[in-house]
Design a protein around this ligand. Structure first.
Ligand SMILES: [Ca+2]
Length: 199
């Protein structure tokens, strides 16, 4: 499990990764659950280079997997298999607003070295690591970042750094106010909440 503090990047960021959880249904992310396009192949896995809501960068295709049971996905029936690609989308927000970016992720079972970087407005929020060695089943985890917007459109990028990571239920919800003080990072480790001030 990954628990680390984002470095200050000029945007207000809190980074939290916990073992389980659910994202809110109200989201500003299009197709964040990767339910579209529908996987119809008998193998329950298909590659797509065009996907509603998302751009797949580097001219590559993205693997979409469909579960046999609803419990296989973190949300719905399908999820994305990220390897070396970057998934991105322009998100319509309000300049000056605060948002919670949440996502479910899982190591690809059996594969080492899974990791991906989250970028918000071109700035790195963090690199999430998910090592699948020793796993035979999908082990969904939940992460979230508190971000602020300095323009009405912000580019969200999920940059696969290899190894293989499953993603699902990427969601962005508006917060009533910007958390104060914004220089505090929150980590949840084994159910214990820790607050640590950034330098
Ligand atoms: Ca899904």
């Amino acid at each position: 499990m990954v628990n680390r503090i984002s470095r200050p990047i000029g945007l207000s960021v809190l980074f939290v990764v916990i073992a389980a959880g659910t994202a809110g249904a109200d989201t500003l992310i299009a197709n964040g659950s990767f339910e579209d396009p529908l996987v119809t192949h008998a193998s329950n896995v298909e590659l797509f280079n065009v996907m509603p809501g998302w751009s797949v960068d580097r001219g590559e295709s993205i693997e979409i997997l469909r579960g046999l049971n609803r419990s296989d996905a973190a949300d719905g029936m399908q999820w994305a298999g990220l390897a070396g690609q970057t998934l991105s989308q322009d998100v319509r927000v309000e300049a000056g607003g605060a948002y919670e970016l949440s996502f479910a992720y899982a190591p690809r079972p059996g594969l080492p070295g899974g990791k991906f970087e989250i970028l918000w407005g071109g700035e790195s929020l963090d690199v999430v690591r998910a090592d699948g060695r020793g796993l035979s089943d999908i082990d969904w985890r939940q992460g979230s970042c508190i971000v602020t917007a300095d323009s009405d459109t912000v580019l969200l990028e999920l940059d696969g750094l290899g190894g293989g990571v499953f993603l699902d239920n990427v969601a962005l919800s508006s917060l009533a106010r910007i958390p104060e003080p914004a220089s505090i990072c929150l980590l949840l480790i084994g159910g214990a909440a820790l607050l640590k001030r950034r330098r």
